[in-house]
Design a protein. Structure first.
Length: 151
């Protein structure tokens, strides 16, 4: 596959071992190319502005700048870049924050390699992928009655 047809990916995670694992995973697929890594949201925003990836795999819980804030900044400055939230957390508030910030997808880190590759490809063409737990959290949030208005 020619380099021009490859999906250019940046990994953002505060754990070096996770970044190494994701980097190794990306090398398995001919159509995916790792073009950079960042250890926190601030690094991610700068890196994305420089390398202009197609897709960012974004951890959510990080020091200095969390994934939701970094996603918001990236989507504002580089609206063509798709962000996939990739986290260990399935809490409703995190799902909502990530999607409201502009993440196209929300996946848990226990996703299979083939599922993650499919989600990257889907994000690249503008399609969303939600972990079943994330979809469940959103349904749960939507089914709750609204909080009473305070005056």
């Amino acid at each position: 596959m020619s380099d021009s047809n490859r999906i250019r990916v940046v990994i953002v995670d505060d754990h070096a071992m996770v970044r190494r694992g994701l980097a190794a995973f990306l090398k398995v697929f001919d159509d995916l190319e790792l073009i950079g890594e960042a250890a926190n949201g601030e690094e991610a925003v700068k890196l994305v502005a420089t390398v202009q990836p197609d897709v960012v795999l974004m951890d959510l819980v990080m020091d200095q700048m969390d994934g939701a804030a970094a996603t918001r900044a990236i989507r504002q400055s580089c609206p063509h870049v798709q962000v996939i939230a990739l986290t260990s957390f399935r809490e409703e508030v995190l799902v909502q924050k990530a999607l409201q910030a502009g993440a196209i997808s929300y996946l848990l880190k226990n996703v299979s390699a083939d599922e993650l590759a499919a989600a990257i490809r889907a994000a690249h063409v503008g399609r969303s992928t939600l972990a079943p737990e994330a979809a469940e959290a959103l349904v749960h949030a939507a089914s709750r009655p609204p909080a009473p208005a305070t005056i």
